[in-house]
Write a protein that binds this ligand. Structure first.
Ligand code: UT7
Length: 337
């Protein structure tokens, strides 16, 4: 058998393009003041959020936002839909329990030859999905993989609960993974963590196999997000910084070496604490929580999309997240273009 290339050479996966989509409708803090007992000052000072985007329209779901992000990603990277071999979608707001939202996105974006499945790791979902996509490139199974993080959080937010309704928004982001030409460019490492004993602090109580939908579950508002903010905050603020710091120590990086931190956007206070622990100034931190809120699986790709023009080839960037599960994760990416 003829073999082209060095059999010992490990293929790396690179991010070859990124695209985001947020709906046009804005839900501001002032709007929320009219819905629940809250105020702009509390929301801004406790979370850093001013407004979020909401997907409105009968029959529209997570896949409809993701479809737009994927189609625009294909266009900007000159990728033919039929050349995509795998699409992975991270979401906690699937269009429906089954089939996978990834299947629906692939159909809507005409990815006729793509295998597709969903990954569930809540706010860490994008990094978990990235870790899967990366391995399909590294082991030479596929050459074009799309990883999507998308959530229509407004579909599971209780707009009578002031402790959660101020936090979340809707959006979608997608990246294209391809084999990197250089070992030194692309996704270098990913650390994944989970602790299922934390699940009781942040979850959706009904709608699964333990508590299927019933008149009672609807009456009890059990299909909405349930979050105990304070314990989640305590875990998030330490774990997200821990896993980012672990990545830096593992690769002998100082704050000066890191060009950008791309943190999950749950609370600006958590992001600030993470940046402080990493020795990074605020000007190296991607932040979109102010205008988009917490878009769950979409926060990280939406940041990358908005900062794409400021990124340079070789930039060392650290992506980090914490979310329901509990799950948390970090990735070291050397930006490829
Ligand atoms: O992305 C997935 C992971 N999720 C997270 O990382 C979220 C982590 N948690 C948080 O970000 C914060 O805990 C919250 C932003 C959710 C809440 O902030 P907090 O500083 O932890 O507030 P708290 O829950 O301790 O509540 C403080 C006070 C309470 O009043 P009392 O009991 O002291 O009288 C709340 O009832 O603030 C009250 N409060 C509000 N007041 C005005 C809670 N929500 C609101 C509100 N407006 N929207």
């Amino acid at each position: 058998m003829l073999y082209f290339g060095n059999p010992m050479k490990k293929i790396k996966a690179k991010i070859a393009g990124v695209q985001g989509y947020v709906p046009d409708d804005v839900l501001s803090n002032t709007d929320l003041e009219k819905m629940v007992d809250t105020n702009d000052e509390w929301i801004q000072s406790r979370t850093g959020i001013s407004e979020r985007r909401i997907l409105k329209g009968e029959g529209l779901g997570t896949s409809d936002m993701a479809k737009i992000a994927v189609e625009q990603l294909l266009e900007k990277t000159n990728t033919k839909p039929e050349d995509v071999e795998l699409l992975i979608c991270a979401t906690v707001t699937p269009d429906m329990v089954f089939p996978a939202t990834a299947n629906i996105i692939s159909d809507k974006a005409s990815l006729k030859n793509a295998a597709s499945f969903d990954v569930g790791a809540a706010c860490s979902g994008f990094l978990y999905a990235l870790s899967v996509g990366k391995q399909f490139i590294e082991n030479n199974t596929y050459k074009k993989v799309i990883v999507v993080g998308a959530d229509k959080m407004s579909s599971i937010v209780d707009y009578t609960d002031r402790t959660t309704c101020v936090l979340f928004g809707d959006g979608a982001g997608a990246i294209l993974l391809e084999p990197s030409e250089s070992d030194d460019l692309g996704v270098q490492d990913i650390i994944l963590k989970a602790d299922g004993s934390g699940r009781h602090h942040l979850h959706q109580k009904a709608g699964g196999s333990v508590r299927p939908a019933s008149i009672e579950t609807v009456k009890n508002r059990e299909h909405f997000i349930y979050q105990e903010g304070a314990p989640v905050f305590k875990f998030a603020v330490t774990r997200m910084a821990d896993v980012a710091e672990e990545m830096m120590l593992k690769h002998n990086l100082t704050g000066d070496d890191v060009a950008w931190l791309v943190p999950h956007q749950a609370n600006k206070r958590i992001i600030d604490a993470t940046a402080r622990r990493m020795g990074l100034n605020a000007d190296k931190v991607m932040l979109n929580i102010g205008k988009f809120g917490n878009t769950t699986a979409a926060t990280i790709p939406l940041c990358l999309w908005e900062w794409e023009n400021k990124l340079n080839q070789g930039d060392k960037i650290i992506l980090t997240a914490f979310g329901g599960g509990f799950t948390w994760a970090s990735a070291l990416v050397h930006w490829a273009y």
